[in-house]
Ligand binder design. Structure first.
Ligand SMILES: Cc1cc2nc3c(=O)[nH]c(=O)nc-3n(C[C@H](O)[C@H](O)[C@H](O)COP(=O)(O)OP(=O)(O)OC[C@H]3O[C@@H](n4cnc5c(N)ncnc54)[C@H](O)[C@@H]3O)c2cc1C
Length: 477
């Protein structure tokens, strides 16, 4: 992706950078530094942006200093949690990255079943601490994803149907606003901000601490996946659509078109072949899970059935190898209400071309409903509570390959499913696709309410390297 300066700030004087270095406990990285390329990169290797400064913050004092510096030098400002955002909003061209990666503190209260967590944590790091007490909250399906951006955009994971989106488990958050105040957002304190944070992305300030509700989970759960050959995809998805309608909240699942990876539990002759997989997690008693999973294990039967007791932290890492840092990515997302036969036909026709493009390319269909659908659409800034599925067409390829064929496949597949989709994308899977898609992701009514709150907390749109909500009456910076 071409680099293009976005900031109007002139070159930063060396002594200004030196002053920032003196103020920060964390590192300050500039283009002359040997670690610059590592510091500017994000998970998506297709994003190639060159900020002027990366401020690696170790605490709130560092964040405040970096914010003052950004304002003093009129720098475009990107906030980075785990850097997994596919659109690359964890970095920017010509500005400053406020990198929260070093902030990895977490405190679990096993009695109250809550956790306080800093924004540099990944889900793997967070789960490790909470699972020491047999507790968890809804977290990502890949352990290296940051808890911060993930939470602010909603949060779909293995506990979604039992415990809701991650935002449904957010109790409070500490936030540094654009004017440098530190506020606590909760039902009792700045409730408008608390409402907006739960689905409004990184638009309202820098979250320096999240307080989550935890739930007893595992530490061993029933989980894993079944794999069918891609030729059986039609029957498998028809079965899947029927099966999910029968499920208790404890069972969360996703269907995926994949190229079989070289994993030890997949027989060697199947490696590299196109398959359709259904992966599950049962967050409840093991025997109940086995009973609920039984139709899945017998249907077909699958070529490989690998479902059984598994530590929750291992299940969380099941897809890690399929999404290595630095891989090139382009995604498009939809909510889909139902997998009708026509929708399945469209999916099968397009995914048949996927394997010849890239062994990493995939298409995910996350089953929702359950707890997420029982939260009122207006209760949080996450409006889309009732679609049955969130779908993500995932183009992934390696550095050095031409991007165009991969992007073209993602767009074609997205377009083929469009007639069966609700018209809205899931914010956390959304790329850099323009204002109309952003508005659709929030929903028009929610967007308008968010814009008023944005006006209150960030009237100059200082935080704009994100799925941006424009203040109702923006004031010049
Ligand atoms: C491999 C992979 C797997 C994924 N799996 C899932 C999944 O299972 N379920 C799901 O729902 N999503 C998933 N996602 C999407 C993920 O939720 C988003 O990419 C999310 O933005 C990642 O958060 P992050 O902190 O890592 O990202 P970043 O790129 O660091 O940030 C993303 C956005 O949040 C803002 N932000 C980050 N931290 C803060 C903060 N502390 N305060 C204010 N704003 C902040 C940033 O400015 C940016 O706009 C996945 C993504 C990848 C790449």
């Amino acid at each position: 992706m071409a680099s293009r300066p976005e900031s109007t700030a002139g070159d930063l004087e060396e002594n200004a950078v030196e002053e920032l270095r003196r103020q920060l406990a964390g590192e300050v990285v500039v283009p002359q530094d040997s670690e610059y390329d590592a510091a500017r990169s994000v998970w998506n290797g297709y994003i190639d942006k060159r900020p002027r400064v990366v401020a690696r913050c170790r605490g709130v004092a560092d964040i405040l200093a970096a914010l003052r510096f950004a304002r003093a030098h009129s720098l475009l400002t990107a906030i980075r949690g785990g850097g997994h955002n596919v659109a690359g909003f964890g970095t920017c061209d010509g500005g400053i990255v406020i990198d929260l990666g070093p902030m990895k503190g977490v405190r679990v209260d096993p009695e109250a079943r809550t956790a306080r967590a800093q924004p540099g944590l990944t889900w793997g790091e967070f789960d490790r601490e909470t699972q020491a007490f047999g507790l968890a909250t809804t977290g990502g399906l890949v352990t290296t994803t940051g808890i911060a951006g993930f939470t602010l955009g909603g949060g779909i994971g293995w506990l979604t149907r039992k415990h809701g989106f991650t935002i449904d488990n957010l109790i409070s958050a500490d936030v540094v606003t654009a004017d440098g105040r530190l506020l606590t957002a909760s039902p009792a304190s700045h409730p408008d901000l608390f409402w907006a944070l739960r689905g409004g992305g990184g638009n309202f300030g820098i979250v320096t601490s999240f307080e989550f509700q935890l739930h007893p989970v595992g530490p061993v759960v029933l989980g894993g996946a079944v794999f069918h050959p891609a030729e059986k995809a039609r029957e498998v998805l028809r079965f899947y659509n029927r099966w999910v309608a029968t499920l208790p909240d404890e069972m969360t699942s996703m269907a995926a078109f994949i190229t079989a990876p070289p994993l030890p539990f997949i027989p060697q002759p199947l490696h590299g072949t196109p398959m359709v997989a259904i992966a599950v997690c049962y967050a409840g008693p093991m025997e109940d899970g086995q009973r609920v999973a039984q139709p899945l294990v017998t249907f077909g039967p699958p070529q490989v059935a690998h479902i059984g007791p598994v530590p929750y932290t291992i299940l969380q890492g099941m897809f890690d190898a399929s999404a290595p840092r630095g891989i090139h990515a382009y995604w498009k997302t939809h909510y889909v209400q139902d997998l009708s036969d026509a929708a399945i036909d469209a999916l099968v026709a397009e995914t048949a071309k996927m394997g010849s493009l890239s062994p990493f390319a995939t298409l995910h269909i996350h089953h929702l409903e359950g707890a997420v659908s029982r939260v009122k659409p207006e209760a949080t800034a996450f409006r889309h509570r009732t679609p049955r599925y969130a779908m993500n067409v995932v183009g992934l390829w390696t550095a050095g390959e031409q991007a165009d064929p991969h992007i073209a496949w993602v767009r074609r597949t997205f377009d083929a499913v469009q007639p069966f989709a609700t018209g809205a994308p899931y914010l956390n899977f959304l790329g850099d696709e323009g204002a109309d898609r952003v508005r659709a992701a929030y929903g028009a009514e929610t967007y308008d309410r968010l814009a008023k709150i944005k006006q209150r907390y960030d009237p100059t749109n200082f935080f704009r390297v994100n799925q941006n909500i424009r203040p109702t009456a923006p004031t010049p910076a």
